[in-house]
Design a binder for this molecule. Structure first.
Ligand code: NAD
Length: 491
């Protein structure tokens, strides 16, 4: 059956790409199933989307923030009603198992609701002035047209983490989703419009990163870019965005430390969930398990048994633990790292093969005897491939944790409060979990990384800073020229 054709959404109109080119989105568990045909926007199409966003800006930024928030709230209500349909569609397009897809949709709902409330806050602050009869405060202003560029691994949650704060702050948007999950993006934008978002406030352009994405990055009429994706493309964004406001959420090589005093059953659950959940395709996935050597003989067999028990399959099946990877390239990349690991001298405990299944599957893979010089201990694989590294002390564990270029998420399992606080203090990461896995962010807390993961902080109150500018206002009611720093005498 021919798949449905989806168009670009520019200025509230459905339009074809001027290039005439298109692509299809397929089900990674069953690549023969085509979910839709989508437009490949040209640079010209992106420019039209930017123009539409500019045209909608005055009206939208002039709409009171509580009213903007109300539209987000209505969108959240629609999503709640449609949660099951959206979750199933997400599993079909992205592959993650259905309970996780429900979590992804829920995260989008949570963010819409949270930012809806922000419409009645958007706090600035007032403060004192060093001069008499002078009032000082700062207020939040929108940035202008925001370019949002997103990956495929959280096809609704990540766009919502950007769209909701960008919109409540009064920006208009040009949104380019990843080419593996354009249908989820369509659904989300459709829901915002159903909730009452005026025409042109969000413009959706699908297509190639190097064409449509690059035009968003380079175009001088865009005021801010919020990008989530790989480190390499993040570097391209940084180099090409000129003087725009830029927020980058990039890759990770996250670790879980398991100390010799840890509750090993709890640690095991956290490791399996952190490492193989979403088939290892979370930016916060745990791909390094840093284990105290004293518990090697006990913990390693427990882990091998649990990993071997994971069932691969279509994410819609109740019996599936691990779904497919996103596409063939991801399977090849994961397999390449298996070969690299073996060549480097790591020992394969299980997995390491492409199973004979029709989708983009890869066996849950576990390496041991890995050291920090190996590429499998340094590079982001973004698949179900995990390295165990043994250490003899907390100091060494933290050194291993910090030995990578990335700094997104981290975790430690320990029952010693001193170990926990030392880890909080010394681990170089945006997130540290104690006795919990590396994943599980909540929308009202900041999310982001350090080092090569980029420095954006989305979510929570600080997330608003990414999508607004603080304007400082001085009101002098003294009736004379007062000079800050220069007028010495207090009259
Ligand atoms: P990617 O960098 O390949 O693509 C991300 C987006 O950028 C896509 O929409 C893509 O089309 C676009 N793009 C590609 N080239 C571009 C260019 N030259 N100019 C502008 N846009 C361009 O990443 P991906 O494969 O979609 O996602 C996986 C990566 O995202 C992983 O590295 C993962 O760790 C990271 N990620 C990070 C976070 C975080 O919050 N830190 C969250 C999720 C994913």
């Amino acid at each position: 059956m021919k798949p449905k054709t989806y168009k670009l959404r520019i200025g509230g109109e459905w339009v074809d790409a001027s290039s005439g080119n298109s692509f299809v989105s397929v089900n990674p568990a069953n690549p023969g199933q085509q979910l839709g045909r989508f437009q490949k926007a040209s640079k010209e199409d992106v420019r039209k989307a930017i123009y539409a966003a500019e045209s909608a800006f005055d009206r939208w930024s002039g709409t009171p923030a509580p009213k903007r928030g109300l539209i987000l709230l209505r969108a959240a209500q629609i999503m709640r009603r449609e949660k099951e349909r959206l979750s199933r569609l997400m599993t079909m397009e992205m592959g993650k198992v259905l309970p996780e897809a429900r979590g992804d949709v829920q995260e989008a709902i949570d963010m819409l609701e949270y930012m809806a409330g922000e419409g009645r806050r958007l706090f600035g602050y007032t403060t004192t002035s060093e001069l008499k009869e002078k009032f000082a405060m700062c207020v939040r202003m929108p940035v202008g047209v925001f370019g949002l560029i997103t990956p495929w691994n959280f096809p609704m949650a990540i766009p919502a983490w950007k769209l909701a704060p960008a919109l409540v702050c009064g920006n208009t948007v040009v949104f380019k989703p990843a080419s593996d999950t354009p249908l989820c993006a369509y659904e989300l934008v459709g829901i915002l419009e159903k909730a009452g978002l005026p025409k042109g406030v969000v413009n959706l352009v699908t297509g190639e990163g190097g064409v449509a994405g690059a035009e968003i990055v380079k175009n001088k009429r865009i005021g801010g870019i919020s990008f989530t994706g790989s480190r390499d493309v993040g570097e391209f964004v940084m180099k090409n965005a000129g003087l725009k406001k830029v927020g980058l959420e990039l890759g990770g090589k996250n670790g879980i430390i398991v100390m010799d005093d840890a509750d090993l059953k709890l640690a095991l659950e956290g490791v399996v969930w952190g490492a193989y959940g979403t088939t290892g395709q979370r930016c916060t996935a745990a791909s390094r398990i840093i284990v105290h050597e004293k518990i090697r003989e006990k913990f390693e067999p427990m882990l091998v048994k649990a990993v071997k028990a994971l069932r691969l399959g279509n994410g819609l099946n109740k019996t599936t633990d691990v779904g497919p990877l996103i596409n063939r390239k991801a399977v090849e990349k994961t397999h390449m790292y298996t070969r690299i690991g073996l060549k480097e001298g790591a020992k394969l405990l299980c997995g390491g093969k492409i199973p004979k299944m029709k989708g983009f599957f890869y066996e849950p893979t576990l390496f041991t005897d890995v050291n920090i010089k190996m590429r499998i201990a340094q590079e982001e694989i973004f698949g179900p491939s995990v390295a165990i590294i043994y250490v003899s002390s907390l100091d060494e564990a933290i050194e291993v944790m910090n030995s990578v270029r990335y700094g997104l998420s981290s975790a430690i399992y320990t029952n010693d409060v001193d170990n926990a606080f030392r880890a909080i203090e010394r681990i170089e990461a945006g997130l540290t979990y104690i006795n919990s896995s590396t994943i599980g962010s909540e929308v009202h807390l900041p999310f982001g990384g350090v080092k090569d993961t980029g420095s954006a902080r989305e979510g929570g109150i600080v997330g608003i800073d990414e999508f607004s500018e603080m304007k400082t206002v001085y009101i002098d009611y003294s009736g004379r020229l007062q000079k800050a720093q220069i007028d010495k005498k207090i009259k």
